[in-house]
Design a protein around this ligand. Structure first.
Ligand SMILES: [Zn+2]
Length: 326
């Protein structure tokens, strides 16, 4: 049973949102035989540690090859979210993945945009795109992605961000990339405080023009930093199921979601790479209720925080807000 409280999601990687069934369908579409190790006996993605996860993720993502594939991944993901009561989802696109399979920035974007439009006309769900660069590919590649964002404005591209290996390079190395996009008025977010500790969050906040943090949970290791996050109203894109699946925390009782919230930090709930972490946005809300004790009013508050922090125009934001408070 998924709670039918209206939900909003700010942190989901599109390539990581493709279900095993869709990945098998896309593999067939391109006459690709995936290695047997990609799936377990039940047909789910199979991985046993973080490095293996990255490998399986890359194998599965490699079948997303055309604008139509991107449209299908986006459409199916948003329709699944809508079926669980989500009214708004931001998906992170990765032009570097598209480039790796020979697709142009604009082609991959048009595919994603078509998926968003089709899902909206069928279900009413709103979607936006955060274009991301990949930290371990380096600052120069980041600048290239940023230039593409600025050179090809798109009404559904409403933010910029960065994922990838938090231990590669320093946030300040990416200040030029973020600066290029931020100068045009697009808001930014960045992964920090997931794999690396509180210092990574501090370094990101000092160097980059961000108003949200992907994860950010390990800020908890530095009480002064937690106060700063609360004072500045930085919104945390918290992904509890992902954090447990990847071993950032050993168990939900070790997860700092409640402490961060009690300290005044602005919290949202997100699925990150849902089929890999055996989660969905609906299950994240359910778990917040079952494990963290959120009642429906608290879950609505989480959704309202996500809508306040959404990278979206004010008219859409108000429409979304009305769906939560109504
Ligand atoms: Zn992420």
């Amino acid at each position: 049973m998924i709670t039918m409280v209206p939900k909003a999601e700010l942190h989901c990687h599109l390539e990581g949102a493709a279900s095993p069934d869709l990945v098998r369908k896309l593999a067939a579409r391109h006459a690709v035989t995936l290695p047997a190790e990609t799936f377990d006996a039940d047909g789910n993605f199979a991985w046993d540690d973080f490095l293996h996860f990255l490998k399986v993720y890359d194998i599965a993502s490699s079948v997303i090859r055309t604008p139509e594939d991107y449209r299908d991944v986006t459409y199916q993901y948003l329709m699944d979210c809508a079926a669980e009561g989500a009214i708004y989802v931001e998906v992170m696109s990765s032009p570097d993945h598209a480039a790796a399979v020979g697709m142009s920035y604009t082609d991959h974007l048009e595919g994603i945009a078509a998926g968003i439009e089709d899902a909206r006309s069928e279900s009413g769900i709103e979607g936006r795109i955060i274009v991301t660069c990949v930290r371990h590919l380096g600052p120069e590649r980041g600048v290239e992605v940023a230039r593409q964002v600025v050179a090809n404005p798109h009404k559904l591209v409403t933010g910029f961000g960065m994922g990838g290996d938090e231990n590669a390079f320093e946030p300040r190395d990416f200040a030029p990339a973020f600066g290029i996009v931020h100068a045009t008025g697009l808001p930014c977010t960045v992964h920090a405080g997931e794999v690396a500790g509180a210092q990574s969050v501090r370094a990101a906040l000092e160097a980059l023009p961000v108003q949200r943090l992907g994860h950010g949970v390990r800020a908890m290791e530095d009480p002064e930093l937690v106060r700063e996050l609360a004072d500045r109203g930085i919104v945390l894109e918290v992904c509890p199921g992902s954090n447990i699946a990847t071993g950032v925390y050993g168990s939900y009782s070790d997860h700092p979601l409640l402490e961060l919230r009690a300290a005044g930090c602005r919290i949202t709930l997100n699925s990150d790479d849902p089929p890999y972490f055996d989660t969905t946005i609906g299950r994240e809300y359910d778990r917040a209720s079952a494990v963290f004790g959120f009642d429906d009013a608290s879950l609505r508050e989480v959704t309202l925080t996500a809508i306040e922090a959404a990278f979206v125009d004010e008219e859409t934001r108000e429409n979304l807000r009305q769906k939560v408070v109504a």
